[in-house]
Design a protein around this ligand. Structure first.
Ligand code: SF4
Length: 214
């Protein structure tokens, strides 16, 4: 069995105070605590260990102190480099695995990367595909080929080539990567891509209705 460091670090307190004590932290099926890692364009980055159930807004402002640039925060990538971009309309949803899964995002290992309003979400979506292309081990087609096709398709969308067709193609490709990849590398790349497309269509040069309908 393989356990990560976060799991092993939880063992001493459970042994010392018992499972019921530890379970008392958190909410729903997300019990205990998680050390959130706050970084990116944030005034006070660092590690904050909190019980599941606090909100992203609390992490961003009570602990992070807002953006480092002083500009409004636009998007927050939660869960690691392949986590979804979370817009302000979702910053009051409790941080727990089930609530985030319900909104198409992941808590993952608790990575929080902050972007202010100068961020271009189409560029960040393309970066996710480029990251996947670079890191792909090449074993399965959705990840190995899909990531490169994904970059090309995003390029076509932002360069104003037949929006409806290419948005449809990008969604179809993300669906294939999500369900057809052999591991989380290809399987999670759609999270940052689709969340950027869904929540920030203007950065792709799209009207909101085209981003959704296509
Ligand atoms: S999804 Fe995983 S197994 Fe498939 S090519 Fe990508 S890294 Fe390799």
């Amino acid at each position: 069995m393989i356990n990560n460091v976060i799991t092993l670090a939880s063992v001493p307190i459970i042994m010392a105070k018992g499972a019921a004590f530890y379970k008392d932290f958190g909410m729903g099926r997300s019990t205990g605590t998680l050390p959130f890692q706050i970084t990116g364009n944030v005034l006070r980055g660092g590690l904050v260990e909190r019980a599941f159930g606090l909100t992203l807004r609390e992490l961003l402002f009570d602990f992070g102190g807002g953006s480092r640039s002083g500009r409004p925060i636009k998007a927050v990538q939660v869960g690691g480099p392949l986590g979804a971009y979370v817009p302000e309309s979702q910053w009051d949803i409790p941080l727990d695995y089930e609530a985030y899964a319900a909104m198409g995002a992941v808590v993952g290992h608790g990575g929080i990367v902050v972007h202010d309003d100068t961020a271009n979400m189409a560029k960040l979506a393309r970066y996710a595909m480029a990251f996947c292309a670079l890191e792909s081990c090449g074993k399965c087609t959705p990840c190995r080929i899909g990531s490169t096709r994904g970059m090309e398709t995003i390029d076509r969308i932002v360069s104003d080539q037949d929006h409806a067709q290419h948005v449809h193609l990008l969604r179809d490709l993300c669906d294939t990567m999500l369900h057809g990849s052999l591991c989380a590398m290809g399987g999670m790349t759609p999270y940052p891509v689709l969340s950027a497309l869904n929540h920030y269509p203007a950065d792709f040069g799209l009207q909101a209705d085209i981003a959704k309908a296509a």
